[in-house]
Design a protein around this ligand. Structure first.
Ligand code: GLA
Length: 374
């Protein structure tokens, strides 16, 4: 009898164990759990997510992602709108959201030519500012913003988009007024303001050889100046046919060979017809809406949906294969409804670049991405 009881207890325990195992296996996989051993999976968030006015989108962020980047609230024009005043209202909310949800928080960005007020480059009389005054202005901005979140924001896009398509340095006001060493200075200030923060150089189209070569030179220059640059950010504003898988793989390996990590910082895939032959992501481009350029106003045809899923899967296969070199893959937005690609480079289109649809549901691309996890 005792023997029988013992066998029964063991059987029940085994069955309970199996049920628990089955439950775990059935638990919906999330992006952050699927790639937990490979790289961080992040998303860009806007006010409606970190302030909770769009609870469904906020819910997706909490469930799926372990890193966040602010779409706008840390850009110069938002956080430092006037010479003597900083506005951290939204930045503080963004950071609190990341802390509450135990996420790796990315600061985006410190030095850029866009979304930077014109006063930054002018003196009190409206004349072009001197090199010394602009260096001081840059130092104050970086020390104030990075210093406020020291030890909390894990990494900073220190300089955004400093390169032209041919790999030369962009003729931005930063470079015109300070000189080429504005890059080294910006990184130095960021490092002094928070020695523990990861520092990134972030740009688009680095998959193209001439621009990539320019980035390699830029990074080597930072390294020889003693800057501990942590990773290069490939923005990842991709098309269905660009970059090719080989281009992307080669790009990741080229930067990894410099001894730094690679982060995909703003991933989205544009399925809409091209308005221009240009592949870049220059935010200043804007074209008129013509018929034929906005073909999917009533939903994405199944064939395009499947092609997008395949494209996402191919990209993630490359990220997983290079996981030793990858710090993070951040998607530029939560649902298709909020993507900047509804308004760029043509205003008012219906775009489908992300992993969640306008109905907040995961798209086939989401499942396709999950399938690439080890
Ligand atoms: C660039 C910037 C981002 C964002 C996108 C467009 O890639 O780095 O902050 O402005 O353009 O949304």
């Amino acid at each position: 009898m005792r023997q029988l009881q013992f066998t029964f207890v063991i059987l029940v325990a085994l069955l309970a164990g199996c049920a628990a195992h089955q439950q775990a296996a059935n638990a919906p996989a999330t992006l952050k759990s699927a790639f937990a051993n490979d790289f961080l999976v992040g998303t860009a968030v806007n006010e409606s997510e970190y302030c909770g006015t769009d609870p469904r989108a906020a819910g997706i962020v909490k469930e799926q992602f372990n890193s966040i980047t602010p779409e706008n609230c840390l850009k110069w024009e938002s956080v430092h709108p006037h010479p003597d005043s900083f506005d951290f209202t939204n930045a503080d909310r963004f950071v609190a959201f990341g802390e509450q949800n135990h996420m790796f928080i990315v600061g985006h960005n410190l030095i850029w030519h866009s979304q930077t007020p014109d006063w930054v480059f002018r003196d009190d009389q409206g004349n072009p500012i001197s090199r010394a005054a602009l260096v001081e202005r840059m130092r104050k901005h970086i020390f104030t913003v990075v210093g406020r979140y020291r030890g909390v924001i894990g990494g900073w896009d220190v300089v955004n988009e400093a390169l032209n398509e041919d790999g030369t340095l962009r003729d931005s006001p930063w470079r015109r007024i300070i000189g080429d060493d504005y890059l080294v200075l910006a990184f130095q200030f960021a490092h002094e303001a928070d020695p523990g923060a990861r520092l990134y150089y972030n740009d688009y189209s680095l998959e193209n050889k001439p621009k990539r070569d320019g980035a390699v030179a830029l990074i080597k220059n930072l390294q020889s100046a003693g800057i501990p640059i942590y990773a290069v950010g490939l923005q990842g504003h991709y098309k269905m046919d660009w970059p090719t898988n080989n281009q992307l793989d080669e790009t990741i390996k080229t930067f990894a060979d410099l001894g730094i990590k690679v982060s995909v910082t703003e991933l989205d895939i544009d399925v809409l017809p091209k308005a221009t032959a240009s592949q870049g992501a220059d935010v200043s481009m804007n074209f008129a809406l013509q018929s034929g350029l906005n073909p999917y106003t009533n939903g994405l045809p199944d064939s395009v949906q499947q092609a997008l899923a395949q494209r996402y899967q191919d990209l993630f296969k490359i990220f997983v294969a290079n996981r030793q070199s990858m710090e993070r893959v951040t998607i530029w937005g939560v649902t298709d409804a909020h993507s900047w690609l509804n308004d760029w480079p043509i205003r008012g289109r219906t775009s489908y670049p992300l992993l969640f649809g306008r109905d907040y549901l995961p798209k086939p691309a989401f499942q396709a991405v999950l399938q690439t996890a080890n």
